[in-house]
Design a protein around this ligand. Structure first.
Ligand SMILES: [Zn+2]
Length: 486
């Protein structure tokens, strides 16, 4: 009898070419969050052709969908993303900065690979279920708007994960590892001040400056930093400074804040205090204030049971199957990185993978090692909407090398490599490992039980969505269009 591993590895190998083509197709679309029409259509069409049943428009988002195959429990969710980033257009595979289209969007975070790597896994699990008759459902989640949105938060709020037993996800990176670190909860908000225009020299006393209010908000927030928990982070961008004329008292100005902390309740506290600072600034300046909540992300909860499962599966799947051409291309990308970027990558490898892996990699341009499972309690100082999924369902994530070591996310170098064979090979490796993990969870009911028990043992209060009920995906899209955050 064929082992489940053979079926899964053969499925990914058989589909390797069409999967790479599909990721290149989505790389070429490079669509913005919640507007990934062609990307989501291409992914859903492929899954439909493979026999999955599709549900479109999940949680009221036109580019969100699910694709299910199999029957009954366990239900294993595999999450995919496909949104791009502004200003990161770049020619594929070229190790010198060269925009495909000036100012256009590009896949600087590699979500073209993320969506298709997860799809590769879903198809391989389907092939395993079909071949073995194993009980279980694999469900691909087409999740829009990760970069500047929170598609999964809306999906979680809408109950899209209510019948799911465990969720798996991955992200393209420059190393191979299980993602066993927490992330920060993040609440974002626009402060919009309205004052009164006036001649700034002739009649300043008649004006009320919205720009003053923005500046006082930022001064107050910077004083606040000393009196919040040290792990809290808040930062701002002035998205409307009120115009370009010094001789006009600015009648309108806007500032955009992120309020982050290790847990959602802590982020909420910081958020409320920053809002108070803005209210104080309005009072001081005689302006009126609109507080427009933008987005909310819960902190990510790693699951040790799933971490260990993914570790075993990564070891079975192996590292990406790079060849000498990939290594030469990666070396040329490494030569575009600064000494600080290269040193930072070494430090990250050392911290997460240990000295033995660092020594094994040496000066290689690509990570071709599966290191040990990270067992610390580290927190990555960033945020993701996978956090909300992890609050309600045991969730496991991994990262695979899809670029030369030291390549930064959201850089032109990353856009170039995730559209090249280096990215394809990392993506296929991720598909293998995720599919193995899903199949093993279906074959061993103890995995789901233990993973759920671990999540429950946190004793956390029931999930409360970080986004107020009145705010929907269309509001987030509207606020992104209105502001200059894109
Ligand atoms: Zn990303």
């Amino acid at each position: 009898m064929t082992d489940h591993r053979d079926t899964i590895l053969a499925s990914v190998d058989r589909n390797a070419k069409t999967l790479a083509d599909l990721s290149d197709e989505i790389w070429g679309y490079a669509e913005s969050g919640f507007e990934e029409t062609r990307s989501s259509r291409a992914l859903a069409a492929r899954l439909e052709a493979e026999g999955f049943s599709i549900e479109r428009g999940v949680a009221g988002m036109s580019t969100a969908f699910t694709a299910s195959y199999g029957s009954r429990s366990p239900v294993v969710a595999i999450l995919g993303e496909y949104d791009a980033l502004p200003g990161l257009s770049q020619r594929a595979g070229l190790a010198e900065k060269s925009e495909l289209e000036p100012g256009a969007w590009g896949h600087g975070c590699g979500h073209n690979l993320l969506g298709v790597g997860s799809l590769a896994a879903a198809i391989a699990v389907k092939d395993f279920i079909a071949a073995s008759g194993t009980r279980g459902t694999v469900r691909y989640y087409g999740c829009p708007g990760e970069e500047f949105g929170c598609g999964k938060t809306f999906m979680t709020r809408a109950g899209a994960f209510d019948d799911v037993d465990l969720a798996l996800c991955w992200h393209p990176m420059d190393i191979n590892a299980v993602w066993q670190v927490r992330t920060l909860a993040n609440l974002s908000v626009y402060f919009r001040f309205t004052g009164k225009a006036s001649h700034a020299a002739a009649a300043p006393h008649l004006g009320r400056s919205a720009l003053d209010a923005v500046e006082l908000t930022n001064v107050g927030a910077n004083y606040l930093r000393e009196h919040v928990i040290p792990e809290a982070r808040f930062h701002y961008a002035i998205t409307n400074s009120g115009g370009r004329a010094p001789n006009v008292v600015q009648p309108f100005a806007e500032v955009f804040y992120y309020c982050r902390a290790p847990r959602l309740d802590q982020a909420r506290e910081v958020y409320e205090r920053v809002c108070d600072v803005a209210r104080g600034a309005a009072l001081m300046t005689g302006t009126s204030l609109e507080i427009a909540f933008s987005q909310g992300l819960s902190d990510y909860v790693p699951n040790q049971v799933l971490g260990e499962l993914l570790q075993r599966c990564m070891e079975t799947a192996g590292p990406p199957r790079f060849d000498d051409r990939d290594r030469a291309l990666a070396a040329s990308f490494r030569s575009t990185l600064t000494a600080a970027e290269l040193a930072g990558a070494k430090g990250q490898l050392k911290a997460t993978q240990g000295d033995a892996v660092l020594a094994k990699i040496g000066d290689d341009p690509l990570d071709e090692v599966i290191g040990p499972l990270f067992r610390g309690d580290a927190c990555l100082p960033g945020s993701t909407d996978v956090g909300d999924v992890s609050q309600v369902v045991p969730t496991g994530q991994l990262v695979y090398a899809c670029a030369a070591i030291g390549t930064q996310s959201h850089s032109w170098q990353n856009t170039a490599q995730v559209g090249s064979p280096i990215g394809h090979k990392g993506m296929l490796a991720a598909g293998r490992a995720l599919a193995l993990a899903a199949a093993e969870a279906m074959l061993d009911p103890g995995v789901v039980e233990k993973a759920k028990a671990e999540l429950a043992a946190r004793g956390a209060p029931p999930y409360v969505c970080p986004i107020p009920d009145a705010i929907g995906p269309e509001d987030v899209l509207g606020s992104m269009r209105a502001g200059s955050v894109r």
